[in-house]
Design a protein around this ligand. Sequence first.
Ligand code: FA5
Length: 338
Amino acid sequence: MPHPLEDLRDAALSDINTASDEQTLESARVRYLGRSGSISAWSEQMKTLSKEERPIVGKLLNQARTAVTAALEESGERLRAEKESRALQDIDISLPGTPAELGALHPLTQMLDRAVAIFRRMGFAVAEGPDVDTEWYCFDALNTAPDHPARNEQDTFYLPDGRLLRTHTSTVQIRTMQSAPPPIRVIAPGAAYRRDEVDATHSAQFHQIEGLYVDKNVSIADLKGTLEFFLRELLGADTEVRFRPHFFPFTEPSFEIDVKSKALKRGEKWLELAGCGMVHPAVFEQVNSARGDNAYDPEKYTGFAFGLGMDRLAMILFDIPDIRLFAQNDLRFLRQFA
Ligand code: FA5
């Protein structure tokens, strides 16, 4: 005759194997293996058994518990699989899926990435500064007189608290020198803002890459070599580069850079791309007084700086006729660069 524990085990297995949903299965688990379940109750009774009975019942109890636990697991797995296939039965897996739209980088971002990569190869690190800045960083520290036309409200966006949207990335030159002594070799890509009349080549928000190199014995030859190498890497080996004398308050001498390249669609015309020059000693003096030391001693150090207009560079590289296209978010335009 089977032991009552064996009957109990068989009843449990039958309940478990026929459970048709997870709830029924769970109540079977509680009924047999739960704290006050019937198999657990047998464990309690062990103490009351005789020495001879105890190992026999102990063995049966273990077998029952192992078998019931395994059956619970198996049935749980079966019920989960059934539930899943019920959920899938109305789905036609042969239907084509919804295509995921892949994004792409904006042409200006692509341009910046390419430019930054070339300067990095030349050992330039990337520096950053805020778009909203003070007049001191934008003008005073850059040796720009209080009556300079660029400071005019007609040219610059001022905030009610007197701060402004930086009119060029040259602010980052000052911030970089303020925070570290020479030698300095950085580029600072970022946005600049001006109240320029908006047309095909002028925008109120545009992008520049600032460059600054300060060390002992930095010369105009270094400036020319660096920028010519950069422009030929970016626009092609046959690119012609022209340095035209110009005026900036923060560099002396100063130049504007024009390029001409057969690789570009409008190859026959010179295009103004950037301003540059040798850092004016007055800028070093401003930085020294802000730092409270003489780290940028103009007798010991020289440097060059430049500011490249990235939108115009992207326009000639990608043959884009109008600067306003960059900001209009027109997918027909943007998709051409994906
Ligand atoms: C400057 O902004 C100087 N900070 C450049 C500089 C840096 C000179 C370091 C010396 C040393 P400029 O105003 O010329 O210079 O502007 C530089 C470039 O920014 C221009 O050649 C042009 O490519 C671009 N740029 C200027 N204004 C606009 C505008 N409204 N829209 C698009 N690009 C512009």
